[in-house]
Design a protein around this ligand. Sequence first.
Ligand code: PLP
Length: 411
Amino acid sequence: LRSTLLMKAITKSSKLNNVRYQIRGQIAAAAKHLEDEGHKILKLNIGNPAPFGFEAPDDILKDVIHNLPNSQGYAESQGIYSARVAVMQYFQQQGIKDVSVDDIYLGNGVSELIVMAMQALLNNDDEVLIPAPDYPLWTAAVSLSGGTPVHYHCDDENFWYPNLKDMAAKITKKTKAIVLINPNNPTGAVYPEEVLQGIIALARQHDLIIFSDEIYDKILYDQAKHIPTASLAQDVLIITMGGLSKNYRVAGFRAGWLVISGPKIHAEDYIEGLSMLSSMRLCANVPCQHAIQTALGGYQSINELIEGDGRLLKQRNIAAKMINNIDGLSCHPAMGALYLFVKVNQEKFNIENDEQMILDLLKQEKILLVHGSAFNIKEQNYFRIVFLPHVDELIPAIDKIKNFFSTYKQV
Ligand code: PLP
């Protein structure tokens, strides 16, 4: 037997040097440690509806079960035909006509498609404009692909809308694409048409691709209206991502889509690259591709959760109200998605390290949140909370957050 002391250490690839994904990072590991010690931790760190009692529409489950026997073989790499037709029709219903079945790629969640789209596009040092704060997989995928993520500001003072001046100032000869997330994770912003038109104008002027992450497009509050970016321009290459994880509460199914619209003729080579990466992984999980057609057609049960006395709307209202009533904390009520991005007032609190703040809160109150800088902002005075728990769990949780900030690092 060789002594392990003499063995060469196995190290991770240098390709991972700049890759960060902290939503399931060190603090989540600390939470696991506390759980192993017997503590009960309330996990408000991940947008995963099922553990909070949100159930998928019955028809979706039935359809997957019904199709299970037919799902034993590999499918076409881009995805099963009926699901891609359903996605195409969904786009057509939203006024996006220049999409065919061949422009659609199904993946194991949007996550896989984000990584694939960046791997196929980027050469070393190519730049991609990404919102700050962002959903950090976008930044991680650009870094993993050898590109340079360049963050444009979204302004807290302006409902977290992208700052178009900042975006324009950050475009260089190396910029390949602009990413937008709408409705936004983590801020809950839903962008008005002027903002989207401004981004499209920049993409048009500088010949950039727009990646529009619209995975929360049906989770909207207070009459917010989601405008698909691709519905506003046919002369710009727009790659829209969406999926079943959030709108249909089946995050575990890993079912997502990528849709190419606009002047595809100019992007033939890139599209060939995407197709190659898609065939290299053979195909996405087949049984759950069958859920897509059933999900997109007909009655949309998500509306019961976000309208009237719908559960999600109620939870969002209570969470936003309670947070804004805590001395020194404030947030915009999310107009979409599942999160509040909360500002910790620096005139009241002396926070130098937001990760430490969230760790301290975890240890004291046994609640797991995500620190703001995990979303690629420089500021150290934000955190994200998921408002998925029932009110009888949500209210005591926010009371505990209030209790924590009543004594924590006061100025
Ligand atoms: N994009 C955004 C903005 C998200 O918030 C998430 C998940 O939280 C994803 C993509 C990944 O979704 P999927 O489950 O389809 O991989």
